[in-house]
Design a protein around this ligand. Structure first.
Ligand code: FAD
Length: 400
């Protein structure tokens, strides 16, 4: 016998869209809450930026997406599709290049949303401000604030289950640099980078060298006088050297900003720069979630979560989709969505609370023994395929 429950999905990005589809396939009653005007999450480009370029002011006007107009994906489109909904459905329309533009990804997501009726399930411009378990109301209370046509209305509704799909590239993380308070030049986080023109003729320092910094260094390099990239190599890659190219040079980490406002790198090189861009990633934040400390965010570790999805003591009525990193979120979120939908309908059973806690503790212990910081908790990396295989087989052996 299959059970149908009333589920709130928070967020209509990749994770929320595919979660909503899987939940409706299992005949649950789904409401998606999305604070933006359209679906797409990160892939919904906006030329607007946070009102504080460093994104530190808690009262700033915030934008969700960090995309810049020139962004092409860092994964081939074949990895950015769902298992049963390929990116290349219409070969005529596909850009022959392997890495699609962000517009193409958004188009793909919007077509997915149209095909599976997700727009009809979604309350747009509606931000969830509080999620709380209320025993005597028999479920989870979701408080939301809708802003339509200039007016704001607040509502409170009870759900049997809540699936959090609010994204993990949310709150920009800024590098801690000794003496940075003395810095009189311009500073921003890459979340607020859109175009290179403001850096024309400047000496620019980028902190961090992930995919965004890689893109920005090349783009700014075309207009800036010099670009200096500060790279922190993990100990296993010590001795590795990045090849300077054009006016882009690589340095180790910044030691400090000195009295003369020069940037001093660990190897003693000093640079007189105009701007610093922090390409230092994001923090997980769940400002709406109230669980009396059952689920916490500690240095980007959202936990305790069984297989990154279920908090043992609140499962299956609270779950998280799309927290994992260093993989393609598309198929992972799809498998997580199937799992959550089937556990909620009673077709699949989770291990006992104790077994789930044991599995989480083993994971934490493994990380500690291998010197991995907490912020790597949701990195799949090489274990990506194991997670896919685990979830896939669990689903195969528990068919709908
Ligand atoms: P998001 O896309 O962040 O969506 C979350 C949604 O939740 C948003 O629509 C947001 O408005 C909504 N929301 C949040 N809080 C609330 C609330 N309280 N109430 C209501 N709604 C809420 N991944 C790749 O696979 N390939 C790439 O090339 C790639 N490039 C990237 C480049 C950049 C610059 C960034 C930042 C990320 C990139 N990613 C890439 C990762 C990207 O985050 C994922 O592809 C994907 O967008 C994650 O989807 P998500 O649904 O989990 O989160």
């Amino acid at each position: 016998m299959s059970r149908s429950v009333k589920v709130a999905v928070i967020g209509a990005g990749v994770s929320g869209l595919v979660a909503a589809r899987e939940l409706t396939r299992e005949r649950h009653n789904v409401v998606v809450f999305e604070k933006n005007t359209r679906l797409g999450g990160t892939w919904l480009y906006t030329p607007e930026t946070d009102s504080d370029p460093l994104s530190l002011d808690p009262n700033r006007n915030k934008v969700h997406s960090s995309l810049y107009p020139s962004l092409r994906t860092n994964l081939p489109r074949q990895l950015m599709e769902f298992l049963d909904y390929p990116f290349c459905r219409d070969i005529e329309r596909v850009d022959p290049r392997t890495f699609p533009s962000h517009e193409e990804v958004l188009r793909f997501l919007q077509e997915f949303g149209d095909e599976f009726g997700i727009n009809e399930l979604t309350r747009f411009e509606t931000e969830v401000v509080k999620v709380e378990r209320v025993e005597d109301e028999g479920g989870w209370v979701v408080e939301s604030r809708a802003s339509h046509g200039g007016g704001v209305s607040v509502s409170r509704e009870v759900f049997d289950a809540v699936v959090v799909c609010s994204g993990h590239n949310v709150a920009p993380r800024v590098a801690e640099v000794c003496g940075i308070e003395k810095w009189r030049g311009f500073q921003m986080h890459s979340h607020n980078y859109r175009v290179p023109q403001p850096f024309q003729g400047q000496v620019v320092i980028l902190i961090g060298y992930g995919p965004t910094s890689f893109d920005i260094s090349r783009e700014i390099g075309l207009v800036a006088k010099e670009v200096h990239v500060s790279v922190r190599l993990n100990p296993a890659r010590k001795g590795m050297k990045f090849q300077d190219f054009g006016n882009v040079r690589f340095h180790p980490v910044i030691k400090c900003i000195n009295e003369d406002c020069l940037v001093v790198f660990e190897d003693g090189v000093t640079i007189n720069a105009d701007s610093i861009i922090h390409c230092t990633g994001y923090k997980n934040e769940l400002p709406f979630l109230e669980t009396d400390g059952v689920v916490t965010v500690d240095e980007n570790r959202v936990g305790p979560l069984y297989k990154h999805v279920f908090p043992p003591t609140l499962a299956p009525c609270l779950s998280f989709i799309g927290l994992t990193e260093l993989e393609s979120v598309f198929p992972v979120a799809e498998l997580q969505g199937k799992w959550v939908a089937r556990v909620l309908s009673g077709k699949m059973v989770l291990p006992s609370e104790e077994e789930m806690m044991k599995s989480i503790e083993e994971h934490y212990q493994f990380m500690q023994q291998n010197g991995l910081p907490k912020r790597f908790t949701h990195y799949l990396g090489p274990s990506y395929s194991q997670v896919c295989i685990y979830t896939h087989f669990t689903l195969v052996f528990n068919p709908p």
